[in-house]
Design a protein around this ligand. Sequence first.
Ligand SMILES: Nc1ncnc2c1ncn2[C@@H]1O[C@H](COP(=O)(O)OP(=O)(O)OP(=O)(O)O)[C@@H](O)[C@H]1O
Length: 744
Amino acid sequence: MRKPKSKNKFRRKRGRFADEAKEIELLNSWIESGKPDSGWNPLSTDPLLPANAPVGRTNDGAFSPYSGCKLFAQMPLSGRTKDGLSDSEYTKMTHIQRASLPHSLCGRDILGAAKTGSGKTLAFVIPVLEKLYKERWGKEDGVGSIIITPTRELAGQIFEVLNAVGKHHDFSSGLLIGGRKDVGTEKEHVNDLNILVCTPGRLLQHMDETPNFDCSQLQVLVLDEADRILDVGFKQALNAIISQLPKHRQTLLFSATQTKSVQDLARLSLKDPEYISVHEKSETATPSRLQQTAIVVPLEQKLDLLWSFIKAHLKSNILVFLSTCKQVKFVFEAFKKLHPGIPLKCLHGRMKQDRRMAIYSQFCEQRSVLFSTDVASRGLDFNKAVDWVVQVDCPEDVASYIHRVGRTARYNSGGRSVLFLSSSEEQMLVKLQHAKIPIEFIKVNTKRLRPVSSLLAAKLVEYPDLQYLAQRAFATYLKSIHKQKDKEIFDVMKLPIEAFSASLGLPMTPKIRFLNQKNKGKTTLIETSSQHVNDVVAAISEIPTEMAAGDEPVAEEEGVENDLLSTKATQMDVRDHEDGTTAMPGTRILKNKKLKINQHRPSGTRKVFDEEGNALLPLAALADSKSGNDILQLDKVKERFRKLKEEKEQWDKEDKRQNKQRLREKRIKEKMKLKRAKEEEEEISGSDVEESVGRAAKRSKIYFGSDSDDGEKETKRKSNISIDAVSLAEQEELALKLLSSMHS
Ligand SMILES: Nc1ncnc2c1ncn2[C@@H]1O[C@H](COP(=O)(O)OP(=O)(O)OP(=O)(O)O)[C@@H](O)[C@H]1O
């Protein structure tokens, strides 16, 4: 936004300052005099006004500066902002811009809600620029506004809009997002920035780590996709951020699915916010030019349908949503190997930031299929390039659906979307229809469906890495379903696990490990095999395994193929189950993995029968087999336990003794080592030329001309010898010589 320096800058600036002051005064009085009543919406007067009614005239003949105001040029905006808007070819305001600007320009807090693609970005960028301009903000004033968004790509997009519209202003702006390596440089400059566009994590990082990072003068705080930012995922970070911001500020909240939670608003300390929902009375919650369809398709046919869909729409730009990064990776890599005839791309949160940004830009430019997680579901404006939004995996809730489909049909353009629902997810359709989403239910033409599983299976054999990806995709999908809050729609127990696994091309249903919080708060590792559907279901739904076994008879799974060890375990479990006990698989042996012992595995599952065919209780059976009679020899058992205890105590003592000894030896060794090192050091320093020369000089002074270059001790020793060696007579003679030389 900062202009290049020029020679005449100072003169021009002085002139401009004078003009600016006048302009600001004018703008302030315009805004003050036209301050709309709280709750007033200029759109409400439109139907009552004749088409040629002059701007400012209300239906009752009174005057309101915003009535009938449809162009940016008619608004109390600075010349610089107006220039920026017209340079970017923004002339006519959208509904949310018309409704919110009269309130936001006079400093009110805003809760803005409008459909996706309806221009909410400008609705907050403009008041930010105007507020700082009217405050005559400069570099030395530091951070004047912070715009927070949930994703890095969205932050980048907002940053671009801000720079385009604000290009005639002199503010400095910065994009602070995670995944960038230049955090050090950022720290050096962050205090010089006036407007920060950031993700919560990076902002907090600066607040925590950057010396003198100062937001105490903050004028405007913006939360884009406010409901998401206020969601649990960002709760801690946002609370920490808010606690460091001054309370006296303007706060603007925007989203297509706005929060009205009093608690959320209290966290932000909003002051009598204006709730502006321009499409509240609209018949639909989604853009009117969006054609929405839903298809009910078995989970195991979703990839077939997706493949068929892509093959049938090779000339379209398609955005495909899947639940997890691993699914995105797998479908992208697998389909790429099948060469669909259209470029494929993928976007997910585990990718490097540069790559993410590059993919985002490429998708805007080039016809392709982009597989993505929800990282692309909010706010992104793919340059109106998306023809189709395909939701292979069901969105977690209605809001998520609205944001995903909102990537198409933006501003004035049209778009289409299709939602794949498995039969267990059909309830989502009802919820969508309740939320005023006009969605048409269509059926799959099975004749045109191109099965892809066998092709995938072949590729998985060819590429072992792909097989690994498929397994991860399988596991993460099940986990994602398990984690969903809406259990009415997302029920992992209803999933056709084996068929789903096969649909990814996997030769065998992968084993899944989930941590199962079992009784008494202890964590037990359960190795599960999805061939054994009950096991999987029990483990991931964190319900006691006994219940799962009870709900669906394990015997039903007998015909399912399994790997050798797991199959054996399963069969044994079935046998146990048949005898009426609730024994369940506790431990399975995995190849190349440590054997984990499940402490909760019931013992005594082996049955022993007496001669008459009656099953014996486990201990009785033990007594029976060991002693040949049916009386438990308690005394002997106790005696045995006592002996074992004594032995154990002995072992413990011995262990302790050995440990002490080991430690002592270790300490001695270390001492010796230190001593040796010290000695070596002394030897080394003794051989250092400069030092020894200095020392030798000193010594020669003390010890009468010792010329030894050796170490100090050695020198001392030699010098003492030389003293002893010189006789008294010789010393007297030497002294006399010295005296006579002094007198001569
Ligand atoms: N006044 C306007 N005139 C012309 N185009 C506009 C105007 N305002 C916004 N747009 C364009 O409309 C598109 C959607 O705008 P924007 O991204 O701000 O929508 P949004 O409401 O924030 O969407 P989302 O809810 O998905 O975040 C963008 O391409 C933008 O350039």
